[in-house]
Write a protein that binds this ligand. Sequence first.
Ligand SMILES: CC(C)(COP(=O)(O)OP(=O)(O)OC[C@H]1O[C@@H](n2cnc3c(N)ncnc32)[C@H](O)[C@@H]1OP(=O)(O)O)[C@@H](O)C(=O)NCCC(=O)NCCS
Length: 376
Amino acid sequence: MSEKYPFSKGLAGVPAAETVLSYIDGERGKLYYLGIPIEEWAESSTFEEVALALLLRRLPKREELKMFNAALRSARELPPEVVDFILDMPLDSHPMTVLRSVVSLLEAYDYDAKLDDLEAKFRISLRLIARFPTVVAYFDRARKGLELVPPDPTLGHAANFLYMLKGERPTDYEARVMDVALILHADHGMNASTFASMVVASTLSDMYSAITAGIGALKGPLHGGANERVLRMFREIDSPEKAEEYVLAKLARKERVMGFGHRVYKAYDPRARILKRYAEELTKRSEYYQIALKVEEVMIREKGQKGIFPNVDFYSGLVYNGLGIDTDLFTPIFAIARVAGWTAHVLEYLEDNRIFRPRAVYKGEIDKRYTPIDER
Ligand SMILES: CC(C)(COP(=O)(O)OP(=O)(O)OC[C@H]1O[C@@H](n2cnc3c(N)ncnc32)[C@H](O)[C@@H]1OP(=O)(O)O)[C@@H](O)C(=O)NCCC(=O)NCCS
């Protein structure tokens, strides 16, 4: 049937909302939060400040940040029933499955979820940002048979996450690397998981449902799940000498090389550039880093003219691996950061909400007759 609106598969290039939160200049390989280049945030800010800036849509004042930091620290612990739920999850569950389920469950324990006003949704946003690391760290320790490590209110967001995960305080360098990784993943325009959250929120459903949808979308290998697969690919390649042959064979089979390509970037992802530096510092002498360099060289040689370059997921896995973090926690770490962007976009959109309701291009027949079941 002819439609009066143009059709774009995967909504490629279709603007779905207006925002001041982040902007990607895909041709020049630039990313901005609130107009400020990502390199400046990575150099000078903290994840907590980025999260608050996104929620407020402006740089916070010193006193505001101090209060936000204190509120985050005191909101980290989970209701005891929710901790029991985490302990009861099958030990072989993917941590993203646990995170998605727990966030959904948390709604039942939050009185604010019953309120409709934006202030209540702001408080929920803060609680979600505070609690994601606790959920991930608690499950990781539980499945390893280790005692849970309660959050330490003297530590910042990134340092506390590493502490809850490992049971010992990270060095300042490790905490800073994690902080930068969280800053770099905090927001990224109208990506699939942000859009999923916004679609749910636009029906005036609750914040927890919206964020649960975001986690579900992020889990997929074409989105946040790619970082985990990048490391598996390095394992499969096994040594730098085998990298070129591996990549060429994959391309010949028309398969995707994980950690490359992007719907918007047609240049080197600026986040990958920053993470590459840390990956080098942390894993310079490891086989994986040498494999990564070779894969990058071959991919840019083969696909660079088509605008396919490393994306954020290519080096983030190496960085987390260098910090001694298990592969299946890479995507949950992405979620720990991106929940800031999801909640900020939802709050921004709800200020002038309109339910998302696109159309489908109908390709079937019309005016067919209903055939009784015995005659089919
Ligand atoms: C991110 C991604 C889903 C973007 O998809 P998209 O905008 O729909 O791009 P398309 O799938 O239309 O790809 C365009 C072309 O580039 C090729 N391409 C894109 N990413 C590629 C990759 N990682 N490896 C090899 N070829 C790739 C496609 O095969 C296609 O080639 P063709 O025109 O000859 O058919 C895609 O690049 C991808 O699958 N990357 C790997 C997964 C990944 O790293 N995801 C994390 C994103 S942050």
